[in-house]
Ligand binder design. Structure first.
Ligand code: ADP
Ligand code: GLC
Length: 481
């Protein structure tokens, strides 16, 4: 099948979070199954320039009453996957992907409307239409909306189906109603059956309604988002589409995330020879400025977007109690000022306990996975979560809240089997009790080693999940035929 991924970020071209990891790795796994896969991404300021594409040097995008123009760059072919970059400097040649200084760009709707139109126009320049367009999150939710409205009569896409993957329901793309004509959509779409949502235009809702099939990134999250607690007001819409909604857990790319081969580490290691992990711990503590690294102390790692979703209010409540324990907290992240402040304050107050870097730093993210003994993800909700899966591979034992993908991927340790520690209730007490349970296991080296090895032996490569996507594509193809 011919499959086109349309997404707002993808490794190695752009990244703010796990979406980029998925867009950088799932296409490879699909190509390995024999599909012809291309990926279409925006070209941001930070994205390396590609070469020009003769057949798509200038795309004309009918945006509102006027036109915008975009060029296309060929970013090359790797692992049988072809990547194209939409080059529209007016919208994408900026420092951030979605935000500047913590504020969303005011023209985000126009930016991603233009991108979605450009992706469709680029596909129209192809030799044959795609069988499947696979879109991701609100930024590309307009692709199915355009396809079933603006392009409804376009016979080129007559047999094309759209699969829409929701990576995070917490970001919906909400805009004022007067947006619609500005992005070439008729006002008739402002109804509760289409894009209207409590008086606003909701792009994610459009994606859910106008796509042929919807997936999300873990089995549990697919259930959770059909409830009021996790549905962010879209639970009804999602429930109405339940027969076309499936949770498929993310895989990971072990070419990039494997301590046996990871070039960003001070030393490499495997489940049978863990010596290198000790060297990574020493290296991490030195890098983070620990005055005299105490290797007997457990290191609790955190690598995260600093967003409320991730449970930082729980960490804030127990921060003083953590500081009183014989351990290190090593944290890397950026995001909401209050969470940045929490870690800055703790690091200033307890410089030999809290080692903190407020930044986006890919190499350090790998080094924390390797140098930590435990990895903390007390998320309020977590569609899938990739860091806990990386942690398993790096022998950094996950301590997680049992929600979404965290619940699906971490099995509680019972002294013999299991891979981590989880708690149900979203409370600081439950988090602290679970950290204590982990520390208790850590105190017995033999038990701990077993737990570490259990996790390292788990296989979350894409093979299984890519096959599930492939089967859905086939069902969609048959339905169109
Ligand atoms: P989310 O997509 O919600 O942010 P995931 O766990 O799915 O959560 O993915 C997060 C990805 O982003 C991981 O690859 C993680 O290493 C990376 N990441 C998050 N914050 C940082 C940071 N400050 N520096 C480097 N990488 C980061
Ligand atoms: C989102 C979610 C995260 C998920 C990632 C990739 O950013 O917050 O849980 O792992 O997308 O699907």
């Amino acid at each position: 099948m011919k499959v086109a991924f349309v997404a707002s970020e993808g490794v190695p071209f752009s990244k703010t979070g796990g979406l980029a990891d998925v867009v950088g790795s799932l296409p490879k796994a699909l190509a390995a199954l024999g599909h012809e896969v291309e990926v279409i991404l925006p070209r941001y300021r930070s994205t390396p320039k590609g070469s020009s594409v003769p057949h798509a040097q200038s795309l004309t995008l009918p945006l509102g009453l006027g036109y915008k123009f975009a060029a296309v760059q060929d970013a090359g072919r790797a692992h049988q996957v072809q990547t194209y970059l939409i080059d529209c400097p007016e919208y994408f040649d900026r420092d951030g992907l979605y935000q500047q200084k913590g504020e969303d760009y005011p023209d985000n709707a126009h930016r991603f409307a233009a991108f979605s139109l450009a992706a469709l126009e680029l596909l129209k320049h192809g030799a044959t239409p795609p069988d499947i367009i696979h879109c991701h999150d609100w930024q590309t939710a307009l692709v199915p909306v355009y396809l079933r409205n603006l392009y409804q009569e376009d016979r080129y896409f007559g047999k094309t189906s759209v699969l829409f993957t929701v990576h995070n329901l917490g970001y919906q793309g909400l805009f004022l109603p007067h947006l619609l004509p500005q992005i070439s959509l008729h006002a008739g779409l402002f109804t509760v059956e289409a894009l209207e949502y409590y008086g606003m235009v909701n792009l994610l809702k459009g994606g859910i309604i106008f796509s042929d099939f919807i997936t999300t990134v873990s089995r549990k999250y697919a259930e959770e988002i059909q409830t009021a607690e996790f549905g962010y007001g879209l639970e009804g819409v999602l429930h109405s589409r339940a027969s076309h909604l499936q949770g498929i857990v993310n895989g990971v790319d072990y070419e990039a995330w494997d301590p046996a081969t990871d070039k960003l580490l001070a030393a490499n290691y495997t489940p049978v020879n863990l010596k290198g992990k000790e060297a990574c711990k020493q290296d991490l503590l030195e890098k983070m400025g620990a005055r005299t690294p105490l290797l007997h102390r457990p290191v609790i790692g955190i690598v995260s977007r600093f967003a409320s979703q991730k449970g930082f209010d729980l960490i804030a409540t127990i921060a003083e109690q953590l500081a009183a324990l014989d351990l290190y907290v090593v944290a890397l992240g950026t995001g909401e000022p209050a969470h940045e402040e929490l870690f800055r304050t703790m690091a200033a107050k307890y410089p030999d306990k809290f080692l903190v870097k407020i930044a986006y730093d890919n190499a350090l993210a790998h080094q924390i996975e390797a140098g930590s003994d435990m990895f903390l993800m007390p998320s309020r909700y977590e569609p899938c979560g990739l860091n806990q899966i990386y942690s398993l591979k790096y022998g950094s034992v996950p301590v997680v809240r049992a929600t979404g993908g965290l619940d699906d991927t971490i099995e509680p340790f019972d002294g013999k089997s299991g891979t981590g520690f989880k708690f149900q209730e979203y409370s600081p007490q439950a988090l602290l009790a679970t950290i204590h349970a982990a520390l208790e296991a850590y105190a017995t080296p033999k038990t701990w080693q077993r737990l570490v090895q259990n996790g390292m032996k788990k296989d979350f490569s894409w093979t299984t999940s890519a096959k599930v996507y492939s089967r859905i594509y086939e069902t969609l193809l048959k339905a169109k035929a």
